[in-house]
Ligand binder design. Sequence first.
Ligand code: SF4
Length: 380
Amino acid sequence: MEQVFPLSPIAIYLHNPFCLRPCSYCSFYRVAYHQKQQAEYLQLLIDELRLWKHKIGREIKAKSVYFGGGTPALLTAEGISNILQELQIEAEAELTLEINPIQITPAFIEELQTTPINRISLGLQSFDDEMLSVLGRRHRAADIPAKMKLLRKAGYKNISLDLLYGLPAQTLEMLKRDVEELLKLKPQHISTYLLTLEEDSPMLAEIESGKIPPLADDELAADMYELVCKLLRKARYTHYEISNFARPGYESKHNLSYWRSEPYLAIGTSASGWLPPWRYDNPASIRKHQNNIRKQVLMPGKKLRRGKAEEEDYLMMGLRLTKGINRDDFKRRFGRDVVDGKHEVMAKLLFFELIELDDNWLRLRENAMFISNVVIGELL
Ligand code: SF4
């Protein structure tokens, strides 16, 4: 165990699967909020961290911590502080908490200020109340500026906002309005996602029964992506990852660890981690996860990702960054140049102007970002 756990500070993801109310588009593993179960789960997270420390025989140094969910702010400020106390946190560490806008009240923020959390990620999703209702989100667009003001007044200077597009019956004009509203809030970071639905999501059933209109088709979705990129670039946000934009210096340090294939520890039910050469997924069941921790089982069902598999993961993640992958870094990790054995496919992708290749970097071109899965698939 010790040899897979890095000595240097690491990115840590902590998952809280509890939600107050299910969103209609969601097919993540989630659990209806119950105060007692939530308190027990908090203890489970702490036990899991303690078990890791016991197994590696030392403290865990954190360079970033991300509380995701579910609804991680349900862990309470005291719970979050208790978890963070289990870690040795670097002075410059990025500590992110996802918050559902409905949770932001003066009392909540007062509590939050007692924690070291220094980055907030808000799931706004849309500025159209009708869309918010369709999505099953409880907040209303008009409440958001006041909530942002509360956060700013409390000293939170690093705020990321999430926006969904491709919503039922959404037009380009409606999306443009959403982006304009979002820009008025002057966030440091913006994540935008095309709404896609899994087989088991309640919204898909509603679309299939004709209760709500369908999502954007591929052509409209591509136009929407182009529009979002154009508007955010015009507003001087750096497009640094396929779906992410930031003011200079506010790129998500935590997520950069994922995209750079750096190790990260995942704690909590259904969380996925990467401690090279192992990838692991904690079970999507609190009971099973609890049993594992009780039996001192970490990294259940871990999968070895070495050689070609590790290379594929590296390319899939690294090419999401607009900067692309560094050829020297690739060489250091895999002992060969990224172009070796790929001359034919690289030539084809260069001809179609889907990639750029120079002495130092391989990257996707802007026009390949929306179809990144296809282009990256060619390179694997
Ligand atoms: S989208 Fe997030 S908040 Fe909504 S049900 Fe899914 S996990 Fe919970």
